[in-house]
Design a protein around this ligand. Structure first.
Ligand SMILES: [Zn+2]
Ligand SMILES: [Zn+2]
Length: 127
């Protein structure tokens, strides 16, 4: 982890992530900032937060890069990954808490895994 200088912009971005509980793309984040920051600052800060392990990123099925706060994983040395979910009605993307642990493969080493699920979120289902 690098040494993270807490700037006001950085705190603003983190607050948006903390309050929303969703994963956000740079564009979505930019919209929520209501032009309080320019686009290149948003990209730069997202990258820095990811480098510092505060955010993690993943790609949606349409290859949009999303960022979300990193949760504490129960690290056991095995490759594990939490799935990501996108609602096809409201488009909201969230991290799922369930962790998936991958089996050890013969003569192969998994370094990364990604599971992306699509469907209906709770609030869209109950409408
Ligand atoms: Zn939904
Ligand atoms: Zn996630």
């Amino acid at each position: 982890m690098g040494i993270l200088r807490k700037t006001k912009n950085l705190e603003t971005i983190l607050d948006i992530f903390r309050q929303s509980n969703e994963a956000l793309s740079a564009n979505l984040l930019f919209e929520r900032l209501h032009e309080r920051m320019n686009r290149s600052t948003v990209y730069r800060l997202l990258e820095r937060l990811e480098d510092d392990g505060i955010l993690h990123s993943f790609a949606s099925m349409d290859n949009v890069k999303f960022y979300a706060l990193r949760q504490d994983c129960i690290s056991s040395g095995d490759v594990h990954s939490h799935p990501h979910f996108q609602c096809t009605s409201c488009n909201q993307v969230v991290c799922l808490e369930q962790e998936v642990v991958f089996p050890t493969l013969n003569r192969m080493r998994i370094e990364e895994a990604q599971i992306f699920l699509k469907g209906q979120c709770n609030s869209c289902l109950s409408q």
